[in-house]
Design a binder for this molecule. Structure first.
Ligand code: WT7
Length: 676
């Protein structure tokens, strides 16, 4: 199969009334149809069948999803209702049915030949004399652990509906704790291990968590990440979090930790004392499964709430179809469980399918830059799912660390998190995929629960740079501000016109904000916040966020959060944060900072502020650049004009419309600071 050269770059058209920041300049002509052998063995290999399925799903999406829910999920009480939209935009799916997710992910496989099949193959980061530590848990072994930890949670007073905060490294206990919560109907809130004490405290308080599950430390990039210390700080600083009654600590690293008797308990001691055989609790389909915090445009992070039956239906089906999961696969999704990808495609989706999941604790450069490829080779990974930002890092490291290894076990590759530039896509295909593996570019969000736009790799032609078509049963569209469908090649807002089972049900504790954020912009449509255009073949090209949310290394970071962190420093009067394109991380954070009067600016102060943001929010949010300015450009109503700052940060000058700018002199001053 030969790839033709990409066409010339042309300016895309922008529809009147849509966000003028959405410019599409990419034309991509390379096409990669599914390899014959791949199609022949795929779950979906017949284009006609899939076409028929799409048409049926488009005519009756609710009926389509009911069929999926019946075939893919085991119900302890069958449902008779499909979608209940009477409380729109708060959807209810399969509401009179009952099920348990851990039963679906574990018990049902343990009743079959899969009982002794590996569910999790885990590798730790450190390399000892005998190589890295590897733990394999069969479905039966995982079930036993989950039953026991479910009993531990019960003994700590956790009831159905109570919240449990998980602040863990990438170790099997993370999956065990999630599934144990699901088993008794507790709601987990996983907080990424890279978040600071302050961020952990905010999230713990917002969720009202009764228990925090953590580890003494985890290994990351050759260093110890002391999680228990961070938990201790979160529970004391700024009034702490009085809701927390117990902290369960996994002994991962064996390092010294502070101990608060009565509050703290060792995981291994609890497990040793726990009874076996805890049965799964049958839960209504709309019982909450988890809260996951994600950044919004303003104010505090949003606790996105997902529930049981619809989420499992969606993640089970998309995991099987998009990744073409088979019983002989070893599926490696490199995401941390702290992100939604780790929920849906490390834990719930693959395990519900009875697949074997590879889980890796650490970073890609430890001890050397070939760690991932060493893992792929040693374990014979077959399906590999990662983020464009990781791929750009690998590209920057050169091909040598990859070519050292035999990657012939790989048969399918995936990406998620941000638009993948065609150059990285083509590199991924040839260097990692040996020109043999289809690539599924999967578009979705924390709020969507699972993948919405992606190729079905056995039937669809892949095109570098596009997630291609919405999955069957997903009514995606590109519209103008009034919600009118736009023709091909016109940039607009990406919306979903019909509810789908995996969609978020609400924002924890803030129903109004949910309605406003996702359904407040255009009546009756879920507005994703992304810009997109469709090409003549119907492929969706994602153009990035239309609001002020940054996407750094595949993680959404709200400008407001970074700005609040900056102004919390005593030397900062005002701050505005924008993203500029970055070859490695997608976007890099540039902060414009007005210092307090009399404060001397210096590179040292910039450094202090960068670290301050990292300690307030986490290393991910550390600005790449701080620019000091005596004033920030504002509209007459006092709104900071981030668009201008973006232009300054990106192009070094302002060319766009400045008619709403209050003080024109500000731009000149900002440019002047730029030059010193
Ligand atoms: C935002 C959602 C879904 C898990 C990872 C991020 C961007 C995600 C793609 C893709 C282009 C993508 C969007 C989206 N995004 N996948 N394949 N192509 N953009 O989850 O933190 O909720 O972020 O990530 O902008 O809205 P998230």
């Amino acid at each position: 199969m030969s790839a033709s050269e990409p066409g010339p770059a042309v300016d895309g058209t922008i529809a009147a009334g849509t966000n003028p920041d959405i410019t599409s300049i990419l034309v991509e002509n390379r096409r990669f149809p599914p390899p014959k052998a791949f199609a022949a063995a795929a779950h979906l290999g017949q284009p006609e069948t899939v076409e028929e399925l799409r048409q049926r799903a488009a005519l009756d999406p609710v009926g389509y999803w009911c069929d999926v829910a019946k075939t893919d999920v085991r119900w302890s009480k069958p449902f008779t209702q499909g979608l209940d939209w009477s409380d729109a935009p708060h959807a209810r799916w399969f509401a009179d049915g009952e099920l348990n997710i851990s039963d679906n992910c574990l018990d049902r496989h343990c009743e079959t030949w899969r009982r002794h099949k590996a569910a999790l193959i885990w590798e730790g980061e450190p390399i000892g004399a005998n190589g890295p530590e590897i733990r394999t848990l069969t479905y039966q072994q995982l079930l036993v652990q989950v039953q026991k930890f479910a009993a531990v949670l019960r003994s700590l007073g956790v009831q159905a509906g109570d919240r449990v905060c998980l602040y863990l490294p990438m170790i099997p206990e993370a999956a065990i704790a999630m599934l144990a919560c699901a088993r008794i109907g507790a709601v987990h809130s996983v907080v990424f291990g890279g978040f600071s004490a302050e961020a952990l405290r905010d999230r713990t308080l917002d969720a009202g968590a009764k228990v925090i599950v953590t580890a003494d430390a985890g290994y990351r990039r050759g260093a110890l990440l002391r999680l228990k210390d961070v938990v201790d700080e979160a529970l004391t600083r700024n009034g702490g979090a009085a809701c927390v009654q117990h902290v369960v600590v996994v002994q991962r690293a064996g390092c010294e930790v502070q101990w608060q008797a009565g509050r703290d308990a060792w995981w291994h001691e609890c497990m040793a004392a726990a009874p076996a055989g805890m049965p799964p609790t049958a839960l209504p389909a709309e019982h909450p499964l988890f809260i996951l915090y994600t950044s919004g445009t303003t104010g505090k992070p949003k606790g996105i709430l997902h529930t049981t039956g619809g989420y499992l239906t969606h993640t089970t089906r998309t995991a099987r179809w998009v990744f073409d999961l088979r019983d002989d696969d070893l599926f490696w999704c490199t995401a941390d469980v702290g992100w939604v990808t780790g929920h849906s495609y490390v834990v719930y989706g693959p395990l519900s399918n009875g697949a074997t999941v590879l889980m890796y604790e650490g970073g890609p450069a430890f001890p050397d830059k070939d760690r991932f490829w060493d893992i792929v080779q040693r374990h014979r990974v077959t399906v590999f799912y990662t983020a464009p930002t990781a791929l750009r890092t690998f590209m920057a490291w050169g091909d040598a660390p990859i070519l050292k290894h035999d990657l012939s076990s790989l048969r399918l590759l995936g990406t998620v998190g941000e638009p993948i530039n065609p150059a990285a896509w083509v590199w991924y295909r040839s260097v990692i995929g040996g020109d043999r593996c289809p690539i599924v570019d999967t578009w979705w969000q924390t709020e969507t629960g699972g993948i919405l736009i992606a190729p079905l790799p056995g039937v669809q032609t892949c095109v570098p740079g596009t997630a291609t078509l919405p999955l069957p049963g997903i009514a995606a569209d590109v519209v103008d501000n009034q919600g009118k469908s736009l023709p091909a090649d016109v940039g607009g807002l990406l919306v979903i016109r019909q509810p789908w089972p995996g969609m978020a049900r609400t924002i924890w504790g803030d129903r109004e904000r949910f309605a406003q954020t996702y359904y407040g912009r255009i009546a009756g449509m879920y507005v994703t916040g992304d810009g997109a255009r469709r090409d003549a073949d119907g492929n969706f090209w994602i153009l990035g966020r239309v609001d002020d949310v940054l996407n750094v290394a595949g993680h959404r970071i709200g400008t407001m959060e970074v700005e609040s962190a900056l102004v919390s420093h005593p030397h900062v009067a005002e701050a505005a944060v924008v993203g500029r394109p970055d070859a490695l991380t997608g976007q890099a954070i540039v902060a414009f900072v007005t210092p307090m009067l009399g404060v001397q600016t210096s590179p040292a102060l910039a450094e202090v502020l960068r670290s301050h943001v990292a300690s307030e929010i986490g290393g991910l949010a550390r600005p790449a650049e701080i620019r000091f300015a005596t004033a920030l450009p504002k509209t007459r109503s006092g709104k900071i004009m981030r668009r201008l700052l973006r232009e300054l940060a990106t192009a070094g000058q302002v060319t766009g419309d400045v008619t709403t700018l209050e003080d024109f002199g500000v731009i000149e001053k900002l440019r002047a600071t730029d030059e010193d």
